[in-house]
Write a protein of this length. Structure first.
Length: 306
């Protein structure tokens, strides 16, 4: 268990405090820029990383109890986030089970750069205790639960596009609900940069197969997300994500026509998932509204003899 935790998280010193055998559980739910694990030691333990962290670590208790000390100050709740530069020690009781999010420092820095228009001068320090009494934090914790279910599903393997969007949703949601030194600027009350809508449109066309978001479009255009939205509304009378959806719908139709004409293999579900549409009911509605027929009708109508 000690070797596993040291490898997956960071090198640490672990001490078992009671005389019970260690009967722990460790499960990797998802690995990536936002990784998700479930961990319980099955005994009372002290854990202390050998060096300050170089990533963000969110602890969400599922059972039992524990105590975290950050920079020699004990936190009032184990529901917490610690990050780069923090010196951390933990004590968990034998019944404790935690859901743990590990977020790369680079991932948070990139999200901040997109929303602020520039890289932050140093790593972001969140308030370490997560207060779950408010609706926004409860909603974000609900997203984490949904992410765990999604990562366990077969859909996650079939649609990496959606998986990437989910990771970005979690990071940006965390920036919005958990206080930090840049909260005011991240909320859109900082300075705005004039949008470059055409550059963002080209980015959509070039990267439609990838799990891009409005944040990625803003970074490609060199503006904040807020400015990007204003630019799309002013110049195209739409939103960045609605425009991206229209690009992907065009690519779906292209692929369906190729299948119908015998130039490619597949079905409606395969093509929809390929372009990031996982809710087939909504996808069909978008497709019908755009082309005046359902995806299945596109296949049947094209296959009918002239």
């Amino acid at each position: 268990m000690h070797e596993l935790i040291s490898t997956q998280f960071s090198p640490n010193r672990m001490s078992v405090l009671d005389d019970q055998p260690l009967d722990g559980r460790f499960r990797c739910v998802h690995e990536g820029p936002v990784a998700l694990y479930e961990l319980g030691y099955g005994a009372e333990v002290d854990v202390m990383p050998h060096a300050p962290l170089d990533f963000y670590n969110v602890h969400i208790p599922l059972a039992g109890d524990g105590t975290l000390t950050v920079n020699r100050k004990e936190l009032s709740s184990p529901l917490s986030i610690v990050g780069p530069g923090h010196e951390v020690s933990m004590r968990w009781n034998r019944d404790s089970v935690n859901r743990i999010l590990i977020i790369r420092r680079q991932t948070v820095d990139e999200a901040l750069a997109i929303r602020l228009g520039e890289l932050p001068p140093s790593s972001l320090a969140f308030d370490p205790v997560i207060d779950d009494r408010g609706a926004p934090v409860q909603a974000w914790l609900g997203l984490v639960r949904q992410f765990a279910e999604f990562a366990d599903s077969g859909l996650a393997a079939r649609s990496p596009l959606v998986l990437g969007h989910f990771e970005q949703l979690l990071v940006n949601g965390l920036l919005d609900v958990q206080p930090h030194a840049l909260s005011e600027k991240v909320a859109g009350r900082g300075s705005a940069v004039l949008p470059r809508t055409i550059r963002a449109k080209d980015f959509c066309a070039d990267h439609a197969r990838e799990p891009i978001s409005a944040a990625d479009m803003a970074r490609a255009a060199g503006v904040s997300v807020r400015s990007l939205r204003e630019g799309f509304q002013r110049h195209l009378a739409t939103t960045p994500l609605a425009y991206l959806r229209s690009v992907r719908l065009n690519l779906v139709r292209r692929d369906l026509l190729a299948v119908a004409e015998g130039r490619a293999a597949g079905n409606v579900t395969d093509v929809a998932l390929r372009w990031g549409f996982t809710h087939l009911g909504r996808f069909t509605g978008y497709y019908r509204a755009t082309y005046g027929e359902t995806p299945a009708q596109t296949l049947r109508n094209t296959n009918c003899p002239g």
